[in-house]
Write a protein that binds this ligand. Structure first.
Ligand code: ADP
Length: 265
């Protein structure tokens, strides 16, 4: 705890006394520290691909100027790294947009099964590359919840993309919707969407930290897969704004299940 202590002399009638004021500075200091950590993380995340691109430009302008083979290889790497920077900046913008929005009740109605079908359709090529089968269950009829269509699309895109990425090749991802579930912590009944994969799972000590910005269980693996480390932070903020929840269940070696719970009202 950090306190600012101020001694303030006051005169009460003929008596001189001193009041001691304690002001709790802990939260202010923590916010400052979080901001500094965030700037340091962003700088590090962007500097890594930028350093690679700058290094390859130098090589292409110097020793490898005449080497067509090297040029092809280096340009491919530079393309990959520049795209990574682009994704990081895009995710940072999304995050800052959803963080700065006040938690107001969304006015539009969003058809969740329709969102799931369109997300699955757009991720089909990504799944096919890994020979992953996307299986949707229980999402045949319309089910509306109040929400922001684009933001909820982003939630399901991030979670299904992760399930494809971390679930592993030649596996299945199940997307299962249940309507009218009762959540003890919610005032109204809710829609629940479980996204389960057959990957390696996540050790329990990591689970509470997964929605922190840039937190990754295995940084190398996440970068290899083109991850930015911001996907679940974005999901958490969007769901907060919708008074929804994200529940993560996973056991090492037994796959993971990410559940989105959205209230009807
Ligand atoms: P990233 O861009 O690294 O995927 P996310 O915020 O989406 O960032 O996820 C944070 C971390 O959570 C990932 O780096 C990964 O370690 C872990 N993770 C997310 N989804 C899964 C999953 N389905 N299976 C195993 N680990 C996962």
């Amino acid at each position: 705890l950090v306190y600012d202590v101020a001694l303030r002399p006051v005169i009460v009638e003929d008596f001189a006394c001193v009041t001691i004021a304690f002001e709790d500075k802990t939260e202010v200091q923590e916010a400052g520290q979080m901001r500094r950590d965030f700037v340091a993380n962003v700088s590090h995340e962007l500097r890594t691909p930028l350093t690679a691109v700058l290094g390859f430009i130098e090589t292409l302008l110097g020793p490898a100027a005449e080497d067509a083979n090297a040029r092809e290889r280096f340009l491919t790497i530079m393309d990959r790294e520049a795209k990574r920077m682009n994704r990081i900046v895009g995710d940072l913008l999304s995050l800052s947009r959803v963080e700065s929005e006040r938690r107001v009740r969304p006015t539009a109605e969003v058809d969740i099964p329709a969102v799931l079908r369109s997300v699955v359709l757009s991720l089909q090529p990504v799944a096919e590359k890994q020979n992953v089968k996307l299986i949707v269950e229980g999402a045949e009829t319309s089910e509306m919840v109040p929400g922001d269509h684009d933001q909820l699309t982003q939630v399901f895109t991030n979670l299904i993309e992760n399930a494809i990425k971390y679930g592993g090749r030649d596996k299945e991802v199940h997307i299962c919707m249940t309507s009218h579930t009762v959540e003890p912590t919610m005032r109204s009944s809710a829609i629940r969407v479980d996204i389960s994969d057959q990957g390696e799972g996540i050790a329990s000590q990591h689970i509470p930290r997964l929605t922190e910005r840039f937190y990754r269980v295995d940084s190398h693996r996440s970068r290899e897969m083109g991850g930015t480390g911001l996907g679940l932070a974005i999901v958490k903020h969007i769901l907060n704004r919708h008074r929804g929840r994200l529940r993560i269940e996973s056991h090492k070696g037994q796959g993971s299940c990410f559940s989105v719970i959205l209230p009807y009202e």
